[in-house]
Design a protein around this ligand. Structure first.
Ligand code: AMP
Ligand code: ZN
Length: 482
């Protein structure tokens, strides 16, 4: 049934390509993880919803998935040109805390969001600072042919690899000045492999190396961890579209250097065969970014009463390669859509076991498979799932099995959600749900006795506490908090 060829858009070739695994039956995927100097915003989380859907799709296709997501706790600078401060050091100084405490706190916050969004745990969360030795070793191997030393550190000479920057389609001629900032660089786009601690300074995070005390450049960690954990070449590398411009071209250059040095055959594929990038979540003011200071966290959506999976659904409604504009109205619409699906799925709660491969469902399963195989077209896949939920006169057990099968790819957890879970319940509300339920029960009693004055009084009491009673609401919301 899951036999449509899996087509994925490869940013390297800017084309749809049929997925052919490097190792038969397996899929090895590396996703650039968060820099844990601050909370992730909902735009960052879009990148992991996308990577999760990719992983789930590979599982749907029958591949044994090995997914690695890294945690960047060192090396990511405030400036792409190797001139700024380490984001971690900067935040630690601002908060007067150790970098390790900062890293732990924000990594845990990120993992909480991962869980709330039903993002499956990868096989490995690789933490950059656990790989410093390996990074130094990698750098030692590529240094003789591809790097040069300046007072400030060890730099990668991008002219030593073929076709540098092809992923970004960047112009890299001398004088282009795309990135510069460090005096003495041979080419504008050269980047730090190792950043030496300036004389007389001590950094919270620094290690001894053949180039002096210091810390690795940001790009190094991903080459080292992906190569080590997945082996070159591996199948797919993912990240947000900003990484297509600098971070990933630099990773590719390092991978080429490493593979050349070690006689590994990694031709144009450059470490991973397919490089995939999700587009941005934007709001009315533009791209959401952590460094801009103000941003939306998943927890804020939850505090305002929205179930986090409404945000997941919002992501799935758009294609991962399109920009997605966040709005509260859009989120509310996604929540309503999710609730409709959950209401339909709730009718299947008591159904027995069914076999999803029933001929009645074959066309919709084929539609679903074609959509998801078409570069993860989740928007269409969702409609196939909704069509299944709307089917009448079919065996409930079979229907439930089909819903479970499709939802294993979409990850909405439809069969585990109850409509009550999706109620808007802002954190700021003082009235408890038990109080609301008790008041509504009293009101029902009053209405049964045709005591409309009492019933209206209860409704007004609730309204005074911000609870709107929604009589006869087709979605059965019953009430909502203002
Ligand atoms: P960072 O923690 O900044 O390294 O980013 C983590 C991931 O989020 C990376 O894959 C980024 O490319 C991605 N990303 C950053 N901003 C956005 C955004 N507004 N929308 C979608 N993805 C983003
Ligand atoms: Zn990376």
């Amino acid at each position: 049934m899951n036999d449509a060829p899996l087509q994925l858009f490869n940013s390297l070739t800017r084309k749809l390509e049929t997925f052919e695994p490097v190792h038969p039956g397996e899929a090895r995927v590396y996703s650039c993880g968060p820099t844990v100097y601050n909370y992730p915003h909902i735009g960052n989380m879009r990148a992991y919803v996308f990577a999760d859907v990719l992983g789930r799709t590979l599982s749907w296709k029958g591949y044994r998935l090995t997914h690695v997501i890294n945690i960047t706790d060192v090396g990511h600078l405030t400036d792409d040109a190797d001139a700024g401060e380490d984001k971690m050091e900067k935040m630690a100084a601002a908060k007067a805390q150790s970098i390790w405490d900062i890293a732990r706190h924000y990594t845990e916050a990120y993992w909480a969001d991962v869980k709330a969004l039903n993002i499956r745990e990868p096989a490995e969360w690789s933490i950059a600072t656990n790989y410093i030795e390996q990074m130094i070793d990698f750098a030692k191997q590529i240094a003789p042919r591809h790097c040069y030393e300046l007072d400030s550190g060890l730099y990668f000479d991008v002219s030593t690899v073929d076709d540098y920057g092809r992923l970004a389609r960047a112009v890299t001629e001398e004088g282009e000045g795309r990135i510069e900032a460090v005096a003495g660089k041979r080419n504008a786009a050269d980047f730090a492999i190792w950043r030496k601690t300036p004389p007389g300074e001590t950094r919270q995070m620094e290690w001894d190396s053949p180039w002096g005390k210091g810390a690795p450049g940001w790009h190094l960690e991903c080459s080292v961890m992906s190569g080590q954990l997945l082996g070159f070449p591996f199948d797919i590398h993912t990240g947000g579209i900003d990484h297509r411009e600098i971070h990933h071209p630099n990773e590719i250059a390092q991978n080429q250097a490493f593979c050349c040095t070690n006689g590994l055959s990694v031709p144009a594929n450059s470490g991973a065969r397919i490089w995939m990038h999700n587009n941005f979540l934007v709001d009315r003011t533009g791209k959401m970014s952590k460094s801009a200071g103000e941003f939306l966290r998943l927890q804020l959506l939850i505090d305002w009463g929205y179930h986090p999976l409404a945000y997941r659904l919002m992501c799935l409604q758009a294609h991962y390669r399109s920009e997605l504009e966040f709005s509260w109205d859009g989120l509310a619409a996604a929540l309503t859509r999710l609730k409709r699906m959950v209401m339909a799925a709730e009718r299947l709660t008591d159904a027995g076991e069914g076999d999803p491969d029933h001929p009645k469902f074959a066309p919709l399963l084929a539609k679903f498979d074609a959509a998801i195989s078409d570069d993860l077209n989740t928007a269409i896949a969702l409609t196939a799932l909704e069509e299944v939920l709307a089917m009448k006169k079919v065996d409930a057990g079979v229907k439930r099995a089909v819903v479970a099968k499709m939802d294993a790819v979409l990850g909405l957890g439809l069969l585990d959600l109850a409509r009550a879970d999706l109620r808007l319940r802002p954190k700021a509300a003082v009235i408890t749900e038990a109080d609301i339920d008790a008041a509504l029960a009293r009101r029902k009693g009053a209405r049964a006795e045709k005591d409309f004055a009492a019933s209206d009084a209860i409704r007004d009491e609730l309204a005074a506490q911000g609870v709107e009673v929604m009589d006869g609401d087709p979605l059965g919301w019953e009430w909502k908090l203002g």
